[in-house]
Design a protein around this ligand. Structure first.
Ligand SMILES: *[C@@H]1O[C@H](CO)[C@@H](O)[C@H](O)[C@H]1NC(C)=O
Ligand SMILES: *[C@@H]1O[C@H](CO)[C@@H](O)[C@H](O)[C@H]1NC(C)=O
Ligand SMILES: *[C@@H]1O[C@H](CO)[C@@H](O)[C@H](O)[C@H]1NC(C)=O
Ligand SMILES: *[C@@H]1O[C@H](CO)[C@@H](O)[C@H](O)[C@H]1NC(C)=O
Ligand SMILES: *[C@@H]1O[C@H](CO)[C@@H](O)[C@H](O)[C@H]1NC(C)=O
Ligand SMILES: *[C@@H]1O[C@H](CO)[C@@H](O)[C@H](O)[C@H]1NC(C)=O
Ligand SMILES: *[C@@H]1O[C@H](CO)[C@@H](O)[C@H](O)[C@H]1NC(C)=O
Ligand SMILES: *[C@@H]1O[C@H](CO)[C@@H](O)[C@H](O)[C@H]1NC(C)=O
Ligand SMILES: *[C@@H]1O[C@H](CO)[C@@H](O)[C@H](O)[C@H]1NC(C)=O
Ligand SMILES: *[C@@H]1O[C@H](CO)[C@@H](O)[C@H](O)[C@H]1NC(C)=O
Ligand SMILES: *[C@@H]1O[C@H](CO)[C@@H](O)[C@H](O)[C@H]1NC(C)=O
Length: 860
């Protein structure tokens, strides 16, 4: 992802040099002579080391603050002492869209432009096929101004003041990844204080609590601040009643309405709310008083907006507008589990839910917890290739924590999960769908994290309805639906004009790629009820569109069907038969074939058409003049192209068109007029050549973490443990901040947070330990490889309760690089399919799955 619309400093060559020097200096200082003070993780920090900890209050948000969230709400905490400033998010708080412009139509042409668009499309196609090199300069006529596209917006700051004054000693703060809670502890005025912050999914509320080991705590006050978020319109802050602060504001002017309710409670203290006038108008403070009688004080907050996912279709005129959130929030904040339960009961409920969600799956990399080195020192002294299994293990758990804590609401995890602190955030903190959102979900199925519901519902209610209009008006296709790369929460489905439209926006395969996630969910779970009601209709809609969009190749005239115009995501030429598009559409058609029987659909004509066009289509796999896997059907790849995306290698990872290449169905084609059949080794060699030439993910075009994580996963897929570990550790070395957030521009003074590499990390790591890429048919043997690219740093370890497609739960352990035992439990609802388990190139077990089957493997 890289976008001209979001102006980034582009010539930062010098900056890089300077900051690298600074970084080096920092490393030297950190590793320098024995001046370091002995520190130890706080005693309440998990003994396993499963968390992040620091010895100072967090400074800069992007690098130091720590995230909590339940999907509906998110918050960032610096771990303050007598004053805590918590930055807030509400998942649906966006500027733009119909809330700003009632005529907003998702960046699409108007109905009366249908003919003009259809004519332009035909003209572009004709020009491509007439071109001697099969390409054209632009497709600007198809693009539409993005209009009020908007941005995900931060929901202000909440300030808690504790009436302490003395010097602070004994300070620590940490994020506990076993329990999903942030804590800070310090000594002041003779008391040992602890503040805890977490967001509970069952109650949809976040809670922040202060107590002291000595039993009593001083008085406190609580206010809301919009001033700390530049350009956020000042909301109305009032007392809802004596213990609840109410914030009602707008995301813009005009803009979406949001509300936050903060309910303050105390044991031993008296809670009161007072309203006052300040320069901005009405404002309010909640106070807790009671000399020496207060043993604990806490605040629970809920928040929401008037955005309604159910109002994003033609029947609702695409208003996306629902009810005023007040009544629903009142229900949440007065629910007994929030309003009357004891603090410890509220917390226990969260712990139990967190445990079930996150801890069913367990990874062990043979790591040794480093409990005397704060996380910031672990990351700044980290070296690529050398690595640090302990930190890598923490980052794996942190990635799953971030995904689960941001995706479990009503909208999926965006480019910053749900953590963003400004009115206008990088790339709108939207849903870029040409690798970024995909990568967010890489680890979900295999690491047994059941958090995809909001993703699929978002496709159904936000993408599909207006995507059907786009199919009609932009492509003159009346079946199914289409989306492009950049998506907001207001059904932006058009091709976004600006910069070079083709590179950024001509990506009608975004939904195709996302449908592979939909298919995978079914393949992992065999949840037929879900498939019938949501999965299959989504997959069918997107496949229908592409059946009509594929056209005969008039350039090579080889009888194949191709897409045109196309380019690789974020990379020109604008041409036809792009490898990425052809591979991913082929995979989608396989999903239709495999999922048809379970769908209950009786549309046999569709099935036949998919089969016929799948057979006829170009498979997007050809080997070019320098032995590369071609990115375009014309052999024009440059050997020095180190582009950040690995688009044409999608079939290697996360797809399977390359990884499970089948010469019989994918390999025969005309190359320069000669019938040719590629073998699998030839295709794998070509993919390897392309991957090598793509470089290490630090090119002149970007230095982002996600491009390295993608390379890491691809190297693992090739079974190359050392290249895998290099890219994996290089990403960590280069792109991650002190709070382990992945940074787009790590050497910038104020770098940009981009969550994709955080969430891609567990996926890439897993791909070195377990691989079971999909197969074209159910009758093709599913190969499950154990430890296919195990780096020696992780020579001993275990995995508990991983999921494998085909409805299997896999647990295994390894020692000295070799599995010691493995067990597979097959679900009670599966499609029977042949499976082989492979270690070190040797089949160690093979079977055909059946309901409830158990396998134990002890010989490797
Ligand atoms: C639907 O929205 C359009 C603008 O996109 C507006 O002109 C029209 O009046 C709206 N119709 C209804 C019934 O609200
Ligand atoms: C298309 O419709 C829009 C709005 O409905 C109108 O303003 C415009 O003039 C129309 N254009 C043409 C070419 O008819
Ligand atoms: C804060 O503490 C000081 C000293 O203990 C006390 O005088 C003052 O009244 C307290 N303020 C509030 C608002 O409780
Ligand atoms: C309300 O008052 C507090 C305390 O003076 C201030 O920090 C805050 O910015 C004000 N709130 C708003 C919404 O301006
Ligand atoms: C804030 O209060 C003013 C004055 O009562 C009112 O006009 C405005 O609509 C309120 N804003 C919100 C977002 O509720
Ligand atoms: C503190 O608690 C004691 C005993 O319950 C009570 O008598 C006293 O009034 C309380 N003081 C305040 C300030 O609430
Ligand atoms: C908000 O934007 C400013 C300016 O770009 C940046 O320095 C700051 O870190 C951002 N704040 C957050 C919380 O993202
Ligand atoms: C195909 O033909 C072109 C033009 O003659 C040539 O440059 C290219 O190397 C050939 N490709 C292969 C794979 O033989
Ligand atoms: C890559 O090679 C081509 C052809 O030799 C050259 O024109 C181009 O400038 C090179 N690009 C880069 C980024 O080095
Ligand atoms: C290539 O093979 C196909 C199918 O076997 C055949 O119909 C076609 O004539 C062959 N073309 C050439 C150029 O050999
Ligand atoms: C990564 O590639 C860039 C560009 O080729 C190069 O400058 C850099 O040294 C490489 N980094 C490592 C760690 O190899």
């Amino acid at each position: 992802m890289q976008d001209l619309l979001f102006e980034l400093p582009y010539s930062w060559g010098l900056d890089v040099v300077v900051s690298q020097a600074l970084m080096l200096l920092r490393r030297v200082l950190l590793l320098g002579p024995a001046v370091s003070i002995a520190v130890a993780a706080p005693s309440a920090f998990p003994a396993t080391g499963n968390g992040l900890w620091y010895t100072d209050v967090g400074g800069f948000w992007t690098r130091w603050w720590l995230p909590v969230g339940n999907g509906y709400l998110a918050a960032m905490t610096p771990g303050g002492t007598y004053q805590e400033i918590t930055q807030l998010n509400i998942e649906s708080l966006w500027s733009g869209g119909p809330f700003q412009d009632p005529t907003y139509n998702g960046g699409n042409p108007l109905p009366n432009q249908t003919t003009q668009m259809a004519d332009a499309m035909q003209a572009y196609r004709a020009a491509i096929f007439a071109s001697p090199t099969g390409d054209i300069d632009n497709i600007e006529t198809l693009a539409t101004d993005a209009g009020d596209y908007g941005s995900y917006v931060g929901a202000g700051f909440f300030i808690s003041n504790l009436n302490t004054t003395g010097p602070v000693t004994n300070y620590a703060r940490w994020l506990d990844l076993d329990q999903g809670i942030a804590r800070a502890s310090w000594t002041q005025d003779g008391s040992d204080f602890t503040r805890e912050t977490f967001c509970s999914h069952p109650t949809q509320a976040c809670t922040q609590h202060v107590s002291s080991a000595s039993g009593s705590i001083p008085s406190s006050s609580f206010v809301f601040s919009s001033d700390l978020e530049v350009s956020l319109p000042t909301p109305n802050v009032t007392c809802l009643n004596s213990d609840t602060l109410m914030v009602r504001g707008l995301a813009g002017e005009p803009g979406m309405l949001y509300e936050l309710l903060f309910h303050v409670r105390s044991t031993g203290g008296t809670v009161s709310c007072s309203q006052f006038e300040d320069s901005e108008g009405a404002n309010a403070t909640v106070s807790v008083t009671g000399h020496n009688n207060i043993t604990e004080t806490w605040v629970s907050w809920v928040g929401s907006t008037e955005f309604d996912l159910d109002a994003g279709d033609a029947a609702h005129n695409f208003t996306f507008r629902g009810a005023d959130p007040h009544a629903a929030l009142l229900d949440l904040i007065t629910a007994p589990a929030v309003a009357t339960a004891s603090y410890s009961a509220i917390r226990s409920q969260h712990f139990a839910d967190f445990d079930t969600t996150f801890n069913t799956f367990q990874l062990d990399l043979g790591q040794t917890a480093q409990l005397s080195t704060p996380t910031n020192e672990l990351i700044t002294s980290y070296e690529y290739n050398t690595g640090n299994p302990y930190l890598e293990w923490v980052m794996f758990n942190f990635g799953r924590y971030l995904l689960g804590s941001s995706a479990r609401g009503t909208l999926p995890a965006n480019l910053q999960g749900k953590w963003a602190g400004n009115v206008s955030n990088p790339w709108s903190a939207d849903y870029h769908s040409n690798i970024n959102i995909q990568m967010n979900y890489w680890s979900a199925e295999m690491s047994n994290l059941d958090v995809t519901e909001s993703l699929f519902t978002y496709f159904e209610k936000n993408w599909a309805p207006r995507g059907a209009y786009t199919a009609q008006v932009l492509y003159n296709i009346s079946r199914g639906w289409v989306t492009h790369d950049e998506m907001n929460i207001f059904g932006h489905t058009g091709m976004k004009a600006g910069g070079n439209t083709a590179q950024w926006a001509d990506y009608p395969e975004s939904a195709v790629w996302m449908m592979i996630h939909v298919w995978d969910h079914f393949d992992y779970t065999n949840d037929i009820t879900w498939w019938k009601s949501q999965g299959w209709p989504l997959v069918k809609g997107v496949a229908s569109f592409h059946l009509d969009k594929l056209i005969p190749d008039e350039s090579f005239k080889d009888g194949t069907l191709v897409t045109a115009p196309c380019n690789s995501p974020e990379q020109v030429p604008i041409t036809f038969g792009c490898a990425h598009a052809q591979q991913v559409i082929w995979q989608l058609f396989n999903a239709v074939e495999k999922g048809y029987a379970a769908s209950g659909d009786t549309d046999t004509a569709l099935l036949e058409e998919v089969r016929a066009k799948k057979a006829a289509m170009d498979k997007g796999l050809r080997i070019g003049w320098w032995g590369q896997l071609q990115e375009w059907k014309w052999d024009q790849d440059m050997q020095n192209d180190t582009h950040r995306h690995l688009s044409h290698l999608i079939g290697l990872y996360p797809g399977y068109a390359i990884a499970n290449f089948n010469p019989d169905t994918q390999g025969t084609l005309l190359v320069n007029g000669t019938n040719t059949t590629y073998t699998k080794p030839q295709i794998i060699d070509a993919a390897t050549t392309s991957l090598i030439h793509r470089g290490n993910g630090t090119g002149p075009d970007a230095d982002a973490g996600w491009e390295k994580m993608w390379r890491a996963a691809a190297w693992a897929q090739l079974g190359n443990a050392s290249e895998f570990y290099f890219e994996f550790t290089y990403a960590i070395y280069e792109n991650f901040g002190e709070n382990l957030f992945s940074l787009y521009d790590p050497f910038d003074a104020f770098p940009i947070f981009q969550i994709d590499a955080n969430l891609g990390l567990p996926g890439a790591l897993l791909n070195s330990l377990i691989q079971a890429p999909d197969t074209e048919t159910y009758s093709t043997t599913l190969t499950v490889k154990l430890l296919p690219a195990l780096p020696s740093a992780w020579n001993t370890g275990s995995i508990k309760n991983a999921r494998v497609r085909g409805g299997m739960t896999l647990s295994f352990a390894w020692k000295d690089g070799t599995p010691t035992n493995a067990s597979i439990q097959v679900d009670s609802s599966v499609v029977s399919r042949p499976v082989e388990v492979v270690f070190g190139g040797k089949v160690v077990d093979s079977f055909t799955t059946s309901r409830g089957m158990k396998r134990t493997i002890t010989k490797f």
